[in-house]
Design a protein. Structure first.
Length: 510
């Protein structure tokens, strides 16, 4: 008897486990655009467009390969609002032996799938997502054997497992595992920036864009500059362009901030990898080949591969190992609401303005913008993790909870109490100034701390440290900062704290 196979909007790969050993002539594949998934947070319109356009193209691709596909469009007259209902309708239309799906990327949906398993009269099979390089059981094993889950050690395990950048003797190429110390240059504008390939939407994609613009008009974000790959050919083209033009500069400028470009030398590949258009291993292998061909330096290639086989796999492991409790954690008891500037309200703070306007225009910000600008600002203010996480999940085209939550709650907000990063990524305006040129166009003075025009990051940085002194003062990598605080005169300390208090009372007027 036939099987009914469910594919989700981030499972658009021929290699997806739910399709393996299936029979295209007999089995039926279901893909559905459903309102509940498109609106449980106010997703950026480009994210909805990306996923629905890619789903439509993948469904056509499957049909061309001979698969029988049932596809629900959001604007079908009989469209159902929830994935369970769509599957039930399909089950009522035919005779199926079982329902097959691949492990999804979000705990909320996973729980729903487990309910189907328990309640439906036929078997519901949830297969592991083999697109990831580290099976969840391997991560679990690694995690239970350690008190501290440091990414660096997990990354070494992944280098050994994949063989990427390893010598025949089992040593890391270049004699070191990590070249991060070479990856901290500010961008001086001299090296030419990569020319991004423009993705053009077909006629159907344009109709879809018009429908999304109308139905999700209240969601934050523009649709005009949509340029994300929506099929594998486009994603491969973007990958090729990145390897050739972006990768050689990726290492040096990985941590740079620049008002000349929101993208700099970053790959922009996260959405293509996350929704299944590219395989993480093929992406890394192409980067490795560029190194061996002398087209990109080791600090760039190692740094890039580390992000994918290290951070990306690590945060996924952390997510599934710790949910659902992880989402509730708020170790620093942060309670403030998200400032209006995150949704585009005017602000004199150039760094926040630059990042938020890029997010509005592209549904994108690179890692240091996410971590050290919007993340750092929310950390210093003490914004409630749930509000921050909802923003990150909504506004980035690449945001799926398995990757967004550990990065936001753990890395940016220290909300997990140090599980992901032993010390908080808190920084003053000096860091933002050092990494780029935002401060030159700001209403505030980065060199000042207590004056009415002083950079808000500066006094709030000290206020944050003072607020959490009991937690961090003994941390070996923070002790020196606390000694600097102790060395300040009482009057100076008081002026800093007063300025910070004033800022906290006027967050939405900054
Ligand atoms: C607060 C915060 C929230 C984030 N939310 C997301 C999210 O929702 N979705 C998402 O894919 N990434 C997220 N990241 C990680 C990272 O910022 C993005 O993957 C990256 O900016 C995407 O742009 P890029 O493709 O140009 O990446 P590049 O800088 O070119 O990096 C290459 C690839 O490495 C992977 N990668 C890099 N850093 C990370 C990381 N920390 N965790 C996981 N993968 C990583 C991505 O697949 C990325 O495409 C977040 C980071 C922070 C600090
Ligand atoms: S001065 Fe402060 S607020 Fe302004 S851009 Fe620099 S870091 Fe941001």
């Amino acid at each position: 008897m036939a099987n009914l196979i469910l594919l989700l909007g981030d499972q658009l790969s021929d290699r997806i486990s739910a399709l393996q050993a299936a029979n295209p002539a007999e089995d039926r594949v279901v893909l559905a655009e459903v309102l509940s998934e498109a609106s449980y947070v106010p997703h950026h319109p480009q994210k909805i467009l990306l996923i629905f356009a890619a789903m439509r193209q993948f469904a056509r691709h499957l049909q061309q390969q001979g698969w029988q596909v049932s596809y629900q469009r959001l604007d079908d007259a009989d469209a159902l609002g929830d994935l369970g209902q769509v599957l039930q309708r399909e089950l009522a239309r035919g005779h199926y032996a079982r329902v097959i799906m691949t492990h999804c990327g979000e705990y909320r949906l996973h729980r729903q799938m487990r309910r189907w398993q328990a309640e439906w009269p036929l078997p519901v099979e949830i297969r592991p997502d083999t697109r990831f390089l580290c099976p969840l059981r391997v991560f679990r094993q690694w995690a239970v054997e350690r008190k501290e889950w440091r990414m660096e050690y997990f990354y070494r395990l992944m280098r050994r497992r994949t063989g990427l950048l390893m010598t025949a003797e089992g040593k890391p190429v270049g004699g070191k595992w990590n070249f991060d110390a070479d990856n901290r240059r500010a961008y001086d504008g001299k090296r030419p920036l990569p020319l991004l390939p423009a993705t053009t939407l077909d006629e159907e994609g344009q109709r879809l864009a018009a429908m999304i613009a109308e139905r999700f008009s209240t969601h934050f974000g523009d649709l005009q500059s949509f340029h994300w790959p929506v099929n594998r050919a486009q994603a491969l083209h973007l990958l090729g362009t990145f390897i050739e033009q972006g990768l050689p500069g990726f290492g040096d400028y990985q941590d740079a901030l620049s008002s000349q470009s929101p993208f700099l030398f970053h790959s922009l590949l996260s959405s293509s990898i996350n929704i299944g258009l590219l395989d993480p291993l093929e992406v890394c292998q192409q980067a490795e080949a560029a190194y061996h061909a002398g087209q990109a330096p080791l600090n760039a290639v190692e740094g890039f591969i580390r992000q994918i086989i290290g951070w990306r796999e690590y945060v996924r492991g952390v997510y599934w190992q710790t949910m659902p409790e992880y989402a509730e954690s708020n170790a620093l008891a942060a309670q403030r609401p998200l400032p209006a500037a995150y949704w585009g309200a005017p602000t004199g703070m150039a760094c926040i303005r630059e990042v938020v306007s890029a997010v509005r225009q592209y549904g994108y910000a690179h890692h240091i913008q996410r971590l050290m600008v919007t993340g750092n600002w929310a950390l210093l203010l003490g914004v409630q993790p749930k509000a921050v996480c909802e923003w990150y999940l909504a506004v980035f085209v690449d945001a799926f909870e398995w990757v967004e939550l550990p990065n936001t709650l753990g890395m940016a907000l220290h909300g997990d109490g140090g599980l992901l990063a032993s010390k908080p990524y808190a920084a003053s305006g000096k860091y933002i100034q050092r990494q780029g040129d935002y401060c030159a166009g700001c209403d505030y003075q980065v060199s000042r701390v207590t004056e009415p025009d002083s950079c808000p990051f500066n006094s709030l940085y000290w206020h944050f440290l003072k607020r959490h002194q009991a937690r961090f003062a003994e941390h070996p990598r923070m002790a020196m900062i606390y000694r600097n605080w102790q060395r300040m005169e009482a009057g100076q300390q008081q002026a800093i704290l007063q300025r910070a208090e004033w800022l906290l009372e006027h967050i939405d007027q900054l």
